[in-house]
Each structure stands twice: as structure tokens, then as C-alpha cells.
Design a protein. Structure first.
Length: 177
């Protein structure tokens, strides 16, 4: 796909759940790829660099310490991470700085149902988090289909409909309150 013509798909299913003093974004997407392929995209640092908002210093498919480096143009911020659970190809859970991410992969007739649970301290961040992951997952879907777009990270996301997605997710999350 020509990167300039890339546009995100429609908003995914989302919900906001209280998690003690924090909030969890629950974002679900159907992907047209088998769980094993999606798992590799979630854990392999070579594949992560082509779609995720961060770079990983190691394969995330096994428990233990890792460093996830957020990339925003020329700015990079290394953040400590711990893979808490890795049950290929169905469940991956890790910290990213103060956040907790849980990826659940369920096989479907046409591929995989991906459910991301991303827990953050501030509920107001959920629409922004949803918009960011939405773009990343659209890029990952293209990558897995053999039609790479290249990663869309940080401020560059503004050029690819991030603000419209943020607003759409804010509306959806408010309706679900």
C-alpha cells in the first residue's frame, strides 16, 4: 500500500472498565490472520518495530524484564517493562512503564479476535490510547497481509486521522459509561 493513501478503518469495539484507582481500555478487533501469526507480531522485536509505538529490546514471548522504547520522531524514551504472562499464542501480559497491557487472542473462523486490555491511571487518556492502538493495529493488519505501510508513531499519527479516531472513541467511551 502506498503510505500516503493509508487511512484507518472504522472505530473498533471499546469499553472502559474501572480497575481500582485506574481505568482499563478494552479494545477488540477481528484480524484476518491466525493467532500464531498475530502472536509473532506481538512478541518478535523485528516485527514490533514495523507497527508498534515502541521498540522492544527482546522477544516478548517469555516472562521476564524487558525495555520498551517509545518512538516519536527523533525522540525516544526507554521504559522498563516486565512480561508477566506469555502463553503462546493466546495470552500476553506485560507492564509498560506504569501501564499494564493484556493481549488476548482467540481463534475465529476467519482469523483472530484480538482483545487488548490497556490499564492507565487517568480515564481521560483512554480515547487517546484507543486511537493510537487503532492506528497501530491497522498498520499491523496490513503488515501481516504482506502489504506493509510502515510504523505510524507519535506526532506523525496526526497525519493519519488520529484526532478523528480520538474523538470517535471519546464518544463511544462516554456512551458506554
Amino acid at each position: 500500500m502506498d503510505r500516503a493513501s493509508f487511512r484507518p478503518g472504522p472505530p473498533a469495539d471499546v469499553a472502559a472498565e474501572p480497575a481500582g484507582d485506574a481505568w482499563t481500555l478494552v479494545l477488540s478487533r477481528d484480524l484476518r490472520h491466525p493467532p500464531e501469526l498475530v502472536w509473532a507480531a506481538l512478541t518478535d522485536p523485528t516485527r514490533l518495530r514495523d507497527w508498534a509505538p515502541f521498540l522492544a529490546d527482546r522477544d516478548l514471548g517469555a516472562p521476564g524484564a524487558a525495555t520498551l522504547t517509545l518512538v516519536d520522531g527523533d525522540a525516544v524514551t526507554a521504559q522498563p517493562s516486565t512480561v508477566r504472562r506469555a502463553e503462546p499464542p493466546h495470552l500476553l501480559e506485560y507492564t509498560w512503564g506504569d501501564d499494564l497491557l493484556r493481549w488476548e487472542l482467540t481463534p475465529t473462523a476467519t482469523g483472530t479476535r484480538l482483545t487488548l486490555r490497556h490499564t492507565v491511571a487517568d480515564r481521560g487518556m483512554l480515547p487517546m490510547v484507543a486511537a493510537g492502538w487503532h492506528l497501530c493495529l491497522d498498520v499491523a493488519d496490513h503488515l501481516l497481509a504482506g502489504d506493509p505501510v510502515g510504523p505510524i508513531r507519535g506526532a506523525e499519527a496526526q497525519e493519519f486521522g488520529w484526532a478523528d479516531l480520538r474523538d470517535a472513541y471519546a464518544t463511544r467511551l462516554a456512551e458506554g459509561s
